[in-house]
Design a binder for this molecule. Structure first.
Ligand code: UDX
Length: 444
């Protein structure tokens, strides 16, 4: 099938590349000439494991191409995906849909025959109806079906998530649209993939409900972690103890510094607004949004407490800046609030991240950057692990202890065992776990 993907950002590029890898012929379109020129030259605008290899292969095999010319790109397409950005609108947290509507109008103007237009961008319930109204207004002479098909890709694991999804949700209002969607996903559905066909509005809401539920789950375990700290219980054991109950499930129960990223913060906020607008407030999600915001700042206070209550004039090393590992994405990263809280308290902050430093630099003025983890901790009064990159999971703790000016390790991702760290003479603080002090002299 011939597919056009409007918007070559994270979702558009990954989805476009994966569809081409399944044998469809895909053109990824974007207004940004620089981005398209770079993609044509084989340069990826984002860091995503496996993406470049997949793009290169499918470009070579002539199934994937890039263009800034929307009309030509959709001329012989049977399906056009809209995967443009839906940022939070300034002031009220509503999703800004202007890019979606502009793309829909342009696609309708350029349509040369019957078309299925599929919204992949995360859009509030009812957006598909508005897209349909727009395309009907622009083109009465061509049949254009409007479908919702949300994505559930995780950054850093997006290709795996695309190729082996738990389910594909399709919100379609006509048989023709359902048939086109079935044909698009047929290569994936051969391994008995659950296709969930629902109404367009239901599909739009599924996406928000899924993200909000996951955000609730994370925030729940984060609050349980605080309670564990207050009572001497261990949050990892609590998570395992509840997660083995199949009704709860073990995933998304890792306590940490609060969720970030391009989706959870924006989507929970937009869902809260939708609930308020429809007189059906989502009070649990409202609370989750504010608990998570407060948590990021509280993590700064946790580091200060680990440093004896003051960081004025002290140097704090931060390992990991991106909102999670295997991405260079800094959007809503907990590190942003943490570094600011430390700087406000008078600390000198030095950071290192394996992939995110170019993105982090403009967002974290006043912070210095190190070339690697060991350079970052050299002479520092404490080190805090904020993102659980693999390369921080087996640091040489003996060396870290020697390089630090004072031996304090704050592990906001619980990647070490308390006894493993304290035996090197490091003072250790983590999330929701008791530290049993080991007699240092006996073990070092
Ligand atoms: C998320 C959804 O998982 C995906 O389905 C949706 O399409 C987009 O949003 P992503 O933002 O890439 O994906 O990252 P995810 O792995 O879900 O993590 C989001 C945030 O939650 C990160 O800040 C992560 O550190 C945090 N998190 C996740 C936890 O703190 N604990 C957990 O147990 C899981």
């Amino acid at each position: 099938m011939r597919i056009a993907m409007i918007g070559s950002g994270y979702v558009g590029l990954v989805s476009g590349a994966c569809f081409s890898d399944f044998g469809h012929t895909v053109t990824c379109v974007d207004l940004d000439e620089g981005k398209i020129a770079a993609l044509k030259a084989g340069i990826m605008p984002i860091f995503e494991p496996g993406l470049k290899e997949m793009v290169d292969k499918n470009v070579r095999e002539a199934r994937l191409s890039f263009s800034t010319d929307l009309p030509t790109s959709i001329a012989d397409a049977e399906a056009v995906f809209i995967a443009v950005g839906t940022p939070s609108r300034h002031g009220d947290g509503h999703a800004d849909l202007s890019y979606v509507y502009a793309a829909a109008a342009e696609v309708a103007r350029a349509a040369t025959g019957p078309l299925v237009v599929i919204t992949k961008s995360t859009v509030p319930v009812g957006t598909g109806d508005e897209v349909e109204r727009i395309v009907r207004e622009v083109r009465r002479d061509v049949t254009i079906d409007v479908v919702s098909n949300p994505e559930f890709l995780r950054e850093g694991a997006a290709i795996e998530d695309f190729k082996r999804p738990d389910r594909v949700v399709v919100g379609a209002e006509s048989e023709r649209a359902k048939m086109v969607m079935a044909a698009i996903y047929r290569p994936l559905s051969l391994n008995s993939l659950p296709m969930v066909y629902v109404s367009r509005r239901t599909s739009e809401l599924i996406k928000y409900a899924a993200n909000a539920f996951l955000a609730v789950k994370i925030t729940f375990i984060n609050e349980i972690a605080d309670l564990c700290e207050a009572t001497g219980a261990n949050v990892q054991e609590v998570a395992r103890g509840i997660g083995l109950d199949k009704r709860i499930g073990a995933k998304f129960l890792h306590a940490g510094p609060g969720y970030g990223g391009s989706c959870f913060p924006k989507d929970t906020l937009a869902l809260v607004k939708t609930g308020q607008d429809h007189g059906a407030p989502l009070r649990i999600v409202e609370t989750v949004v504010s608990v998570n915001d407060q948590r990021k700042r509280a993590m700064g206070r946790k580091i200060i407490a680990a440093c004896g209550g003051s960081v004025r004039g002290k140097t704090i090393a931060i390992l990991g800046l991106t909102f999670k590992p295997n991405t260079d994405d800094m959007r809503e990263a907990p590190s942003l609030a943490i570094v600011t809280a430390l700087q406000d308290a008078g600390a000198i902050v030095r950071g290192y991240d394996p992939e995110g430093m170019a993105q982090a630099k403009p967002l974290l003025p006043g912070m210095t950057f190190a070339a690697n983890a060991y350079e970052c901790v050299t002479g520092a009064d404490a080190v805090a692990i904020v993102t659980e990159w693999d390369e921080f999971r087996a640091l040489d703790l003996r060396r870290i202890k020697t390089l630090l000016a004072s031996p304090v390790l704050v592990d906001l991702r619980n990647i070490y065992l308390p006894e493993e760290v304290t035996r090197y003479g490091l003072t250790y603080a983590s999330i929701g776990r008791p530290v049993r002090e080991t007699p240092v002299a006996a073990l070092v």
